[in-house]
Design a protein around this ligand. Structure first.
Ligand code: ADP
Ligand code: MG
Length: 315
């Protein structure tokens, strides 16, 4: 099979919302009037972001999901994506499953694949996603204000705990592992939440590299500090697991793909309503302060000392 047969068979679909999709030197796109284009790229590298023998259906899902999560964090409606693949060889069974996982999620969000690049090399998956957000309505990292509430969606830590189990640093009961592994392999991007938070959140970020690291990006960009109450952070972990590893997974583990956002206190009722409508827990875990840095209060009332803040490829 040639490179062009591969593209044609696995990655060419009709793209009604593009002027021109796969097949030319470039795609042609038109954003709707009054909208800004939000663009983001996320790359998944074999051995760094996933195990080389990862299930291809789930990998197809995750490759797009991590990019949709960035659209969610901007409050943007995802619309188009490009997919750049580096593959060691053409494995048709693998491509069939990978593209199926990718398009199942793409169809769910009506995202159209409008181009990409395909080369031979170490397994590497890179998506660029494009979305739309009304002018000046994007949820940026630089808008947090002192006294804003800090909120987080869903629960934190499961993906990192599942990874710790796979790496052998903890042993989870089999059923618990299966439940946590779903967070690791099949994250659900919080796109609907991002859209609902337009005009309500002052700032937002998706939690991909660890909660404290990602909240830290909001704090840096907004030039503010934060106080977090550890006991309020939503997790599904039981108290028997309340040890150092669990705390590290919750505060600094990666791959949660939940949204962390800040909002003025007058929006609390509105945010509770959004939570009910979306059937998604939204939890207030602390507040923005005028100082700098992030203070985490532990269950004993003292300030927690945290060394490992999150994942950094070059640290
Ligand atoms: P060029 O030589 O101009 O870079 P390519 O031969 O790389 O073009 O790609 C041909 C067409 O197929 C282009 O429209 C490109 O966007 C698309 N394409 C290539 N790889 C992929 C892929 N993995 N998924 C979707 N479209 C792809
Ligand atoms: Mg090319």
């Amino acid at each position: 099979m040639s490179e062009f047969d591969l593209i044609q068979r696995y990655f060419t679909r009709v793209t009604p919302s593009a002027i021109l999709g796969v097949g030319d030197d470039a795609a042609l796109l038109q954003v709707n009037a009054g909208m800004e284009l939000a663009v983001s790229t996320d790359m998944l590298v074999s051995g760094t972001h996933f195990f080389p023998d990862a299930e291809p259906l789930l990998l197809g899902h995750k490759t797009l999901a991590v990019n949709l999560s960035d659209m969610a964090a901007m409050g943007a409606t995802p619309r188009w994506a490009t997919l750049s693949l580096s593959l060691p060889s053409i494995e048709e069974a693998w491509l069939e499953k990978f593209s199926h996982g990718f398009f199942l999620l793409a169809d769910q969000y009506q995202v159209e694949l409008i181009g990409g690049d395909t080369t031979r090399g170490p397994l590497n998956l890179c998506v660029t996603i494009m979305g739309e957000v009304p002018k000046a309505k994007a949820l940026r990292r630089d808008g947090a204000k002192p006294d804003d509430d800090i909120w987080v969606s869903g629960t934190l830590g499961e993906a990192a705990l599942a990874l710790a189990h796979l790496q052998g640093s903890i042993v989870l009961p089999q059923q618990v592992f299966v439940a946590y592994a779903a967070h690791l392999h099949q994250p659900q991007p919080r796109v609907a939440l991002g859209l609902a938070l337009r005009g309500i959140a002052n700032s937002a970020i998706d939690v991909s590299d660890g909660f404290l690291a990602d909240l830290g990006h909001i704090l840096d960009r907004s030039k503010v500090g934060a106080e977090i109450n550890y006991a309020l952070i939503p997790t599904v972990c039981t108290s028997e697991q309340a040890d150092a590893i669990m705390q590290r997974c919750v505060l600094s583990g990666g791959d949660d793909y939940e949204l962390c956002f800040t909002s003025p206190t007058e929006y609390r009722a509105e945010i509770e309503k959004i939570s009910a409508t979306l059937a998604l827990p939204l939890t207030r875990i602390g507040k923005i302060t005028a100082g700098r840095g992030c203070m985490v209060c532990g269950t004993d009332g003292g300030v927690m000392q945290i060394k490992d803040k999150g994942y950094d490829h070059f640290a």
